[in-house]
Design a protein around this ligand. Structure first.
Ligand code: KG4
Ligand code: ZN
Length: 345
């Protein structure tokens, strides 16, 4: 079957067409240049840009896939979580398109999209692998940080999540503090490669082993207080060490809680996804770590499938349709605070 999906939960306008779980087209129009001058996403600007760009993105996604609306069997869009006014642009556009063309509509949870993005395949059906359940998934972006026990596709248990900032948000905020611009994660990654990871002493959040949640606000505050009286010249001269130290603390916290969750839930395999997993240092550390646990670990198969995209939304819709051929979510509305467990069927 052919699935057309739209994703507008934050600052990327995305459209994709899949043939089952194979990506035929995956268009992402980033709004970074519109928001970076403000140091973060401005909801009104995001909304307007989605409105202006979405029709052309959908047309391009169809064109690149070699398909037309007549070939499409299912239309999907992100329902939440995300920025309300950004979500509603894509969601309502998709719903209208589905209604006008008498195509079933599927409302998708963005976090489920990130989790399952590791199963996406290219046009030729690659990569081919078999993953055994239960899978423990770590999904880390600018909006969420969660450890999820995936008992089967569609059956999720959130076993740990952040109590305050998301890990990507913490990286973005510390980058802003260092004057590195937005989004900070990729800049920090680049600058950190030449730095020492123990330049400052940062706290280890939520130490007790029984706690599987994350907290990044203490890390960020400690970082802020240690450098707040430094001159711009001093900060500039230590940028790599500061970036490397902050990044290393965030990654250590992620891996420690992932490790404790593995010990508690005994998964058969692991996956890691979300914007922050575009970071090659984190991927390397997770690969090494998975080896120590003798578990296979899967990542999204292309770099651009880590950050927001509509291919992952189409894939969730495909799996949902496989389970329920009469699915139609056309009566639903967006939910900016949508929880993952609401997707359990
Ligand atoms: O998944 P995503 O595109 O959007 C959300 O759902 O939030 O993730 C965006 C987040 C931002 O915080 C960004 O700084 C972070 O992912 N990010 C990275 C890298 N690329 C994007 N963080 C670390 N290293 C990267 N290379
Ligand atoms: Zn995302």
């Amino acid at each position: 079957m052919y699935i057309l999906a739209i994703e507008t939960s934050c600052d990327d306008t995305c459209g994709a067409v899949l043939h089952n779980d194979r990506i035929l087209s995956n268009i992402i129009s980033s709004q970074i240049n519109l928001h970076s001058v403000y140091g973060g996403v401005v909801p009104d600007i995001a909304k307007r840009a989605h409105q202006q760009r979405l029709p052309a993105i959908v047309t391009l996604a169809l064109k690149r896939s070699g398909k037309t609306l007549k070939d499409i069997n299912l239309i999907a869009a992100t329902r939440g979580p995300g920025l309300g006014i950004a979500l509603s642009i894509g969601f309502n556009f998709a719903k209208d398109l589905a209604k006008t063309n008498h195509i079933p509509f599927v409302a998708v949870n963005h976090v489920e999209g990130h989790l399952l993005s590791v199963f996406l395949k290219n046009k030729n059906g690659l990569p081919r692998f078999t993953s055994s359940f239960p899978i423990l998934g770590l999904t880390v972006s600018g909006g969420h940080t969660k450890i999820v026990l995936i008992k089967a596709i569609g059956n999720y248990q959130v076993v740990g999540e952040t109590l305050d900032d998301a890990a990507g948000e913490a990286l973005d905020k510390s980058a802003k503090l260092l004057g590195l611009g937005y989004p900070g994660g990729p800049v920090i990654e680049r600058i950190a490669t030449a730095g020492q990871t123990d330049f400052l002493k940062l706290p280890r959040p939520l130490q007790p082993r029984r706690i599987l949640n994350f907290s990044f606000s203490g890390l960020k505050t400690s970082f802020y207080y240690q450098i707040k009286d430094w001159s711009a010249t001093k900060i500039a001269s230590c940028l790599s060490d500061l970036s490397a130290t902050f990044q290393a603390s965030v990654f250590e916290h992620l891996i420690r809680k992932f490790s404790l969750s593995i010990d508690k839930y005994h998964p058969a395999s692991l996956l890691a996804s979300g914007g922050v997993l575009a970071n090659l240092t984190l991927r390397r550390q997770l690969r090494k770590f998975a080896k120590t646990k003798s578990l296979p670990i899967f990542f999204p198969p292309q770099k651009k499938l880590n950050t927001d995209n509509a291919a992952m939304i189409a894939l969730v819709a495909f799996y949902r349709f496989q389970k329920d051929k009469s699915i139609n979510d056309s009566k639903l509305d967006i939910n900016p605070r949508l929880e993952l467990f609401q997707e359990i069927q």
